[in-house]
Design a protein around this ligand. Sequence first.
Ligand code: FRU
Length: 401
Amino acid sequence: MAKILGIGNAVLDTIFTVKHYPQEDQEVRALSKTLSPGGNINNTLYILNQLGHDCAICCALATDLEAKQILKGFKARHLSTAHIQTFIQGKTPSSFITLNQKNGQRTIVHYRELPEVTFEHFAKITVEKFDWLHFEGRNIENLAGMINIAKTFLTHQPISLEVEKCRKGIEALFNQVNLVIFSHHYATEKGFSNGLELLTQIQKEAPNTKLACTWGNQGVWFSDIQQKVQHIKAEEVHPIIDTLGAGDTFNAALIHHLIQKSNFKEAVSQANKFAAQKCTQHGLDHLLQKNHLKPIANIKHLSNAKTQVIKASENSPSILLIKYQNTIKAYVNNCPHQNVPLDEAYKIDVNPFEKTLKCSIHDAFFKVENGECIEGPCRNESLVKVDIDIDTKGDIYLNGC
Ligand code: FRU
């Protein structure tokens, strides 16, 4: 476990999930509204915390309701708040985010009316007690001084910098740090059409810095110190549920794997996978569970003509899985009629034309689509649904346990 200090922005995110992205002047109804502490540094530290590190955030907050909510979030995320700078005037940064349910893409409207962390505030932090410092590439006016003073106290601890947007003067920092992670927004704004072009150029200015550039579905480019630029393809992600924070996830995983002493290529590759996995779930909670849990099945072994009954754990009832159109349905293997497994007497009969399945005890017929009993002794009652997740490889996991 490492002690990590992150310096950047904390934001209160209000996330509206919508069926499709609205047009200008249209009114649409959101499917859900979620309030969540956000901001790149906050998200990255939260994931680093899930990866087992001890994290502290250095950011600016006002004294408003939004700040209170963010502070509550920091507590829940186990981030140390000892280095927050509070401003009496101003408003805590907030974002309104539209999350398109169709493709998982997020559109962010961000608002801030707050000073950035000052050099004097940062200078009071005992940076040498941390194992890694990660800066968001903002607040450029103060950043050069902060990195400079940090370097006078640090002996071996790496400094990383996230470069998401073009900001005047940011280029001067690239050779001051050990790792720079660029977004494709920065690269395109600078006129580069891929990460190879960008990193080849940056290498000239910062030959002793590790570089990475993420480019959504085009993958990641990276170069180790004095090495050629290499490329890793994007992971195939299906379905894409939520891309909000995918870049922050990449950054966290990259830092984590470098702390674990992986070589740079391996660290980038793992970060690429982890960021893709994040896109298959809502939010950033429990990101590790899928890594640790064993899949209960894979879609390629399922059909719409028979069920597969799985005993996922000793103490819970078995689960039945069945293909339905392009998705997988999962139900607790329990007939509501007499609370016995549907395959108590013999196997569960499936009628793929009627799209029904039948309990083997008293011939209750259930719709595969929603588990509703449409004929038999428990008509109108339903099988209990089981929440599952399917990853990019088609592996199926129980959700939330
Ligand atoms: C995601 C995010 C959001 C925040 C926005 C700030 O990367 O950090 O949580 O609202 O970007 O730019």
